[in-house]
Write a protein that binds this ligand. Structure first.
Ligand code: C2E
Ligand code: CA
Ligand code: CA
Length: 511
């Protein structure tokens, strides 16, 4: 069926819509997966930071306990306390060295015993913690010093950076972890840096210890979200692609369905696919070609030549019949106009019109342009209006038929005998011809009642002074009968089938 075939002109739009409907679930799905991956990484960074914080606090607890035990000894001579200092180092796994301070002077150390070094409390973050990049004993090795002071005395206990960087490296292997103490920070490679630590590009989480003066930052390197998705979600990606294909296919099918008949016909109209076929109308006596009826055909790119009864109802319904008829008249004028010099007497050209043509006066202008293409007086334009679709007499229709008549256009009632037009109707619209429906012609010599109706129509038209055309004449017997009854014109397969313009024009020269 031609009316379900899709438009070619909108193919690019259709492809775009299909692609979009296919891409939509994929893009949306990827966005959701991306957010999910970010959330997972955020949780993981936070858990890592919490775990590291807990470990650092445990180590510092160890170091702080040593300082608490030693503080009461501050002020005593080094000789008296050095064993106590060494005992703490031995007993506590995270204490590397212990020192006592008096009046901001480190005077006794677990390693050297008697010692002398000034202590600057400003070096310690919040007076408590100092992340150093080594000391004279172990230069360039991270060291965390815990300071406890009370009045003139103080205790300093140190924690080896080796333990700290181990934690940074081992907890959350995929995670970047940093330990920050005041202005200094330690990276997983064990190096102490000064200044603000770098921001961690993905899912950064920073936790401040509520008990000691340090903080921990965890996060991931640039592009980790995508890497994570690529590692974790391949099955989901396959699912998304499947959904994309299904959705694209649905989009494609829905569009295919939504291409309405009127869209398809509009496309065909613009593509010039509606073309005229010409069927000869012959003189009742001489059987000479005296005119033609223009019959529309749809030259469909895929379906081939389509019969009018398959698409004219759609065209009438959508109102497209008006521009379609206009195009048909223009083509007919262009094809037959150049032949008009060879027409001996006015050549009848029958055009089928519908009730939709009678809503306004546009038809008058179409007819005027049509007639202007021919040598004046060489053609007689006959508009055929089917009896089954009679029009209401209104101001507009009266004006229309008056103006058409004054242009010299004639009116024929098509398929006469199948509807029920009254005599009054025929007069009101100033009808010129009756076209007897082919069903009556077919019954000549077969059905007495039909023949009787035929005779009545012929008589009636003679009384009303109307021209008469018999349609569907297929046999010699029918033609003879009609001639004997003085029918003016005949049309039918006996004289010629509807044919393309080229065939009609070449045949015309022989008749
Ligand atoms: P119609 O106006 O009654 O046209 C006559 C139909 O009878 C044509 O069919 C024609 O091919 C067919 N016919 C002619 N001689 C014979 C014959 O000897 N035997 C038989 N069996 N048939 C014959 P077609 O071309 O298929 O057109 C069918 C109908 O479609 C037309 O009936 C007309 O109502 C409509 N139509 C065709 N072209 C147009 C158009 O341009 N505008 C409008 N509004 N309707 C059109
Ligand atoms: Ca007709
Ligand atoms: Ca007819």
């Amino acid at each position: 069926m031609p009316l379900t075939v899709r438009s070619r002109r909108k193919r690019s739009t259709r492809i775009i819509v299909t692609l979009l409907s296919g891409l939509l679930p994929v893009v949306l799905g990827c966005a959701i997966l991306y957010m999910q991956a970010e959330r997972t990484l955020q949780q993981s960074a936070r858990q890592t930071a919490e775990e590291a914080l807990r470990q650092f606090e445990l180590m510092l607890d160890n170091t702080a306990q040593a300082a608490h035990e030693l503080l009461p000894l501050a002020g005593k001579t080094c000789e008296d306390v050095k064993l106590a200092l060494r005992e703490q180092v031995t007993r506590r796994p995270f204490v590397r060295s212990t020192n006592l301070v008096w009046d901001d002077n480190l005077y006794c150390s677990s390693l050297f015993g008697d010692f002398k070094e000034a202590v600057n409390s400003g070096d310690y973050h919040k007076g408590k913690l100092w992340l150093m990049n080594g000391n004279p004993v172990t230069p360039n090795t991270a060291l965390l010093v815990y300071r406890l002071s009370d009045g003139r005395g103080g205790a300093l206990t140190t924690l080896d950076g080796y333990h700290l960087s181990n934690i940074l490296r081992l907890i959350g292997r995929q995670t970047l972890l940093l330990l920050q103490v005041g202005d200094n920070w330690l990276s997983a490679d064990g190096t102490v840096h000064q200044g603000t630590p770098p921001a961690l590009p993905v899912a950064q989480s920073m936790l401040v210890s509520p008990r000691y003066a340090f903080s921990v930052s965890a996060g991931f390197p640039e592009g980790e979200t995508w890497r994570y998705m690529a590692n974790q979600y391949p099955p989901l990606f396959s699912l998304l692609i499947f959904f994309g294909v299904v959705s694209g296919a649905i989009g494609h099918i829905v569009q295919k369905r939504s291409t309405s008949p009127s869209h398809e016909m509009l496309r065909a109209l613009e593509a010039g696919e509606f073309i005229p076929y010409f069927q000869p109308v012959v003189h009742g006596d001489s059987k000479k070609w005296s005119g033609t009826e223009v019959l529309m055909r749809w030259n469909h790119p895929k379906e081939g030549l389509v019969r009018p009864d398959l698409f004219i109802p759609f065209a009438e319904h959508s109102g497209l019949i008006v521009p379609m008829t206009r195009a048909l008249m223009q083509q007919t004028a262009a094809l037959l106009g150049p032949q008009s010099s060879s027409f001996a007497a006015p050549f009848h050209i029958g055009i089928n019109i519908t009730a939709s043509h009678c809503h306004d006066l546009e038809l008058v202008e179409d007819c005027r342009q049509f007639l202007a293409t021919f040598i004046p007086g060489s053609v007689s334009l006959v508009l055929e209006l089917t009896e089954r679709e009679l029009i209401e007499p209104t101001d507009i229709t009266h004006q229309l038929f008056e103006q058409l008549h004054s242009l010299g256009v004639k009116i024929a009632i098509d398929d006469f005998g199948t509807g029920h037009s009254s005599l009054g109707y025929l007069r009101q619209f100033n009808v010129d011809f009756l076209k007897i429906d082919q069903s009556f012609v077919a019954m000549i010599g077969i059905d007495a009642l039909s023949r009787h109706i035929l005779d009545t129509i012929i008589e009636l038209s003679a009384k009303l002074d109307l021209g008469i055309v018999a349609e569907g004449v297929e046999t010699q017997a029918q033609a003879e009968y009609l001639t004997a009854h003085h029918v003016n014109f005949m049309q039918g397969y006996l004289f010629g089938k509807p044919m393309p313009a080229a065939d009609f024009i070449s045949a015309l020269s022989h008749h």
